[in-house]
Ligand binder design. Structure first.
Ligand code: ADP
Ligand code: MG
Length: 290
């Protein structure tokens, strides 16, 4: 009898990591995100692609409250995170770490301090005010840097590092934050191909080894194909494609980018060294790029 009850009452589908229900954002006359509905039902690495202005950044920023939605709901663990206020809202923001194109490190402090800043939200106000960190936090930060191959840069001022190194510091900072998911907005758009590969491999590794969902805005097709399990294509604020990289054909890509017959995939390329699946999950190279 009890088993029967479970069969009826238990959810037949997987547990949603995150579910978007008719999410909308309008800026004056511009509809940046138009009734977006989709769910991620298990930890995945999801790439969002589309031309500039398609609504990718707005969608990502709505998730963690950097932009307020005009309508809709985003459910995570049974609650609408768009309706959270005050402390629970801040807690949710800590649960979804954000990585930006321009790294957003604090330039003066050293690298290890920048990484530990990822823990600030979990501190008391006084500790946060004085950025007081314990031995364990320093050790965690160094470990996170080591996993990204840049532990030797720990004592340098963040501003002294190259773009590729700074983005790895930003990823280490996100990792010590111990978020439920990582949101990355064009994390490789400012990087050369080698650093782009290192950063995408690091995000992939966080997904595979730590089991985190990573949602990553990319304006290049090859990065999405090489590193993501699932690709969502946006055009004019709407989802026009949602599938695995193997069904992201040239024709589909042309549709997503809204390009005509002259569509050239190379124009959406970061020239990643080997844009194929073998890149997935491979060991992260040590600090080879500057
Ligand atoms: N703060 C804003 N104020 C007004 N319009 C905005 C703002 N942010 C984005 N937009 C508009 O919303 C649309 C989607 O932008 P965005 O989400 O940045 O696209 P993407 O990241 O795909 O390039 C664009 O038309 C953009 O001009
Ligand atoms: Mg953008």
């Amino acid at each position: 009898m009890f088993v029967w009850f479970l069969c009826i009452g238990g959810a037949p589908r997987g547990i949603d990591v995150i579910e978007f229900r008719s999410v909308r954002k309008q800026f004056r006359s511009t509809i940046a995100v138009n009734n977006v509905t989709f769910a991620i039902d298990r930890p995945q690495m999801v790439g969002i692609i589309g031309r500039s202005g398609a609504g990718k950044s707005t969608l990502l920023r709505i998730i963690n409250g950097l932009t307020t939605a005009s309508g809709g709901e985003i459910f995570v663990e049974g609650r609408d995170v768009l309706s959270l206020k005050g402390r629970t809202h801040r807690r949710w923001q800590r649960d979804c770490a954000m990585i930006f194109q321009q790294f957003n490190l604090v330039p003066r402090p050293d690298v290890v301090t920048n990484v530990m800043l990822g823990r600030l939200n979990s501190h008391s106000t006084v500790k946060s005010l004085f950025a007081i960190f314990g031995r364990e936090e320093i050790s965690d930060a160094l470990h996170a840097l080591d996993r990204l191959g840049i532990a030797d840069q720990a004592t340098k001022r963040a501003e002294m590092l190259s773009g590729g190194q700074q983005q790895r510091v930003a990823i280490a900072r996100a990792r010590v934050q111990d978020p439920k998911m990582i949101l990355a907005d064009e994390p490789i758009a400012s990087l050369d191909p080698l650093n782009a590969e290192i950063v995408m491999s690091a995000l992939r590794e966080i997904h595979e080894r730590d089991g985190k969902t990573v949602i990553c805005n990319l304006h290049t097709l090859d990065a999405a194909r090489a590193y993501c399990d699932r690709v969502i294509g946006m055009r004019a604020g709407e989802i026009v494609f949602d599938g695995t990289p193997d069904v992201l054909t040239r024709d589909v890509a042309r549709e997503i980018y809204g390009a005509g017959e002259g569509f050239n995939e190379a124009a959406t390329s970061t020239s990643l060294a080997q844009p194929n699946k073998t890149v997935k999950g491979r060991e992260l190279a040590p600090a080879v790029a500057g």
